[in-house]
Design a protein around this ligand. Structure first.
Ligand SMILES: NC(=O)C1=CN([C@@H]2O[C@H](COP(=O)(O)OP(=O)(O)OC[C@H]3O[C@@H](n4cnc5c(N)ncnc54)[C@H](O)[C@@H]3O)[C@@H](O)[C@H]2O)C=CC1
Ligand SMILES: CC(C)CC(=O)C(=O)O
Length: 364
């Protein structure tokens, strides 16, 4: 990959490589765009096949955060970190503290939180070195694990997408195929089960599917079977790029609405599912509940205020569907348009110089 060519092509601001030999830290912080405010996005820990794959993931996820934060109405830019390593074996206290010092060095340009492979306990270690971290323990007056709130937002957004596809937002009796039943999807399944949906689940982790089967009466299928099951709604809640050339021909669902980031392998796949008449709830609009929740910490965390904003994901998805219908474009494109227009409006409106300008972090 020609890094500067890529950064220039997609308007990235900064890419930071962090290395600490003693702890084994190998992290990449990608900052995409800080027009709206400091870049906020989680830290993913994963065993990447190559360093190039890790860089690509950090870059794609960071850009997604710019759009997610803009579409959610937050005054925040987009960034993300990946730590190369196995979260089950390679973590240690020194690693997260070393990483915290790198974040501190960015002096507020980037604020982190949890993502796949990292936990509240890891954020607490980062917090030993920097204030530019959210999703830390409620004992510090913070919001804790964002996953249940992300799940609530996905549930709300799924209802809005169902309204478009089925004429009602009730999920009672709907058959919903959930891919991955980790932190977010376990909580999503609880909401869906409570509303009377029938669940089909899969996960590479046997204990996770067993729990969903026991607690929610979910039917379990093998990971590669989930795309083709007979269902009303497909909820991708594991990793990205699951909507692709191989999976699309298998999909029978009328709605795709799930938590995973970067669900479309390529934008062309968003065009294909649009032509098939599938209602796709764009990933970064529907899964913004977690970031809305952690971002509230920057104002002094208030759960009631945060949840009210997360509830709005229903309206945000409805708005994206409305723009898509009005402009006759796929929903992923409508979401991009909504986010880009907000960034452009704010860039223009904040263009004059202001000595000692107010900043979201000045409230901390
Ligand atoms: N945790 C949060 O608040 C947010 C999470 N997301 C996204 O939602 C997705 C899920 O996040 P979490 O629940 O936090 O992660 P998690 O790691 O707790 O859950 C993911 C689950 O997917 C399973 N999985 C992995 N590969 C699989 C495969 N090929 N087939 C089936 N299952 C597979 C894993 O075993 C795990 O149980 C990720 O893409 C994440 O980036 C997005 C916004 C916020
Ligand atoms: C706090 C996290 C839930 C934010 C993030 O990285 C995401 O939404 O993907």
């Amino acid at each position: 990959m020609e890094i500067f060519t890529y950064l220039e092509q997609y308007d990235y601001e900064q890419l930071v490589f962090c290395q600490d030999k003693q702890s084994g830290l190998k992290a990449i912080i990608a900052i995409h765009d800080t027009t709206l405010g400091p870049a906020l996005g989680g830290t993913r820990m994963w065993t990447y096949a190559s360093e190039e794959a890790a860089i690509e993931d950090a870059l794609r996820l960071a850009k997604g955060m710019t759009y997610k934060n803009a579409a959610a109405g937050l005054n925040l830019g987009g960034g993300k970190t990946v730590i190369i390593g196995d979260p089950r074996k390679d973590k240690n206290e020194e690693m997260f503290r070393a990483f915290g010092r790198y974040i501190q060095g960015l002096n507020g340009r980037y604020i982190t939180a949890e993502d796949v492979g990292t936990t509240v306990a890891d954020m607490d270690l980062i917090h030993e070195e920097t204030d530019y971290v959210t999703g830390i323990s409620p004992a510090f007056g913070s919001s804790g694990n964002p996953s249940p709130v992300t799940a609530y937002g996905v549930y709300r957004g799924m209802k809005a997408a169902a309204k478009e596809a089925f004429g009602t937002d009730s999920l009672e009796g709907k058959v919903i195929a959930v891919q991955g039943v980790g932190n977010v999807a376990y909580n999503l399944c609880r909401h869906l089960h409570e509303e009377g949906a029938q669940l089909i689940v899969t996960d590479i982790n046997k204990e996770a599917v067993q729990r969903a089967a026991e607690e929610f009466g979910a039917t379990v299928v093998n990971p590669d079977e989930i795309y083709g099951v007979n269902c009303d709604i497909y909820a991708p809640c594991a990793l990205g790029a699951v909507i692709n050339d191989e999976t699309i021909p298998q999909i029978k669902a009328k709605v795709i609405a799930g938590a995973a980031n970067n669900q479309l392998k390529d934008t062309k796949h968003g065009d294909v599912i649009h032509e098939m008449g599938i209602v796709y709830a764009p990933d970064y609009v529907i899964n913004a509940g977690g970031v809305i929740n952690v971002a509230d910490e920057l104002y002094g965390y208030n759960q009631e205020r945060a949840l009210k904003k997360v509830e709005q994901i229903y309206t945000n998805i409805a708005k994206v569907i409305e723009i898509a219908k009005r402009d006759q474009i796929p929903t992923y494109m409508a979401a991009d348009r909504m986010a880009e227009e907000r960034i452009a409006r704010m860039r223009n409106s904040r263009s004059q110089f202001l000595q000692n300008g107010h900043h979201i972090l000045s409230r901390r």
